[in-house]
Design a protein around this ligand. Structure first.
Ligand code: IMP
Ligand code: MG
Length: 195
């Protein structure tokens, strides 16, 4: 188990002081990612299409790297980057910053790989967008899910952990582009984002 003491020993002092506690340890994540890989292999075993893991930059990179190593089937990878814009999180729209540039989408089972689902807007938009572009199938896997924060009706096909409404960082997730490299999921001290 990662304790705050272990974290404080192993991380730069300034980072350790910003983390209130470890919510999900490195070991717990590794075990769950392995289980997700088995579920995913099972789901696609009878499909004759190419399995394309589509990571959503930047938060998904650590999860994506671990998941692809655990999968015992051929996969191809690609990335998209999107951002929310508009007034606040409830009325924001999605803007594509980096699009999926391939001409074989119709031959792909696309599995969108996301770090966390909050309102659900990002993934519900992307699923529709990729279906419109003619993907053979579109499914979603998220490491973390905060169902209490949904503003649109959306459920992932595969989910690592359901978490309460905490702002979390690490394992790819950031606050203001910081903390992505932490090997665990930590709860950020609220005074850091409230100030
Ligand atoms: P949604 O469209 O509201 O579901 O947005 C999901 C995106 O919000 C994620 O990909 C993250 O970039 C960001 N996000 C939501 N909650 C958190 C959090 O607790 N920590 C870090 N990023 C978060
Ligand atoms: Mg993200």
């Amino acid at each position: 188990m990662d304790t705050v003491e272990k974290v404080q020993r192993e991380l730069p002092r300034t980072t350790a002081l910003d983390i209130e506690r470890v919510l999900i340890s490195e070991e717990q994540i590794a075990e769950r990612v392995g289980e997700l890989a088995r579920e995913i292999e099972d789901c696609y075993k009878t499909s004759g299409k190419k399995l394309l893991l589509l990571g959503i930059l930047k938060g998904s990179v650590v999860f994506m790297a671990e998941l692809m190593k655990q999968l015992r089937v051929h996969v191809e990878i690609d990335f998209m980057q999107v951002s929310s814009y508009g007034s606040g999180t409830t009325s924001g729209n999605i803007k594509i910053l980096l699009d999926l540039a391939r001409d074989d989408i119709k031959e792909c089972d696309i599995l969108i790989v996301e770090d966390i689902i909050d309102s659900g807007k990002t993934l519900s938009y992307l699923v529709e967008y990729l279906k419109l572009r003619g993907a053979a199938s579109v499914r979603t896997v998220t490491l973390l899910d905060k169902p209490s924060r949904r503003t649109v009706d959306f459920s992932p096909d595969f989910r690592g952990f359901e978490i309460p409404d905490y702002f979390v960082v690490g394992y790819g997730l950031d606050f203001d582009e910081k903390y992505r490299a932490l090997p665990f999921i930590g709860v950020l001290k609220p005074e850091l984002y409230e100030k």
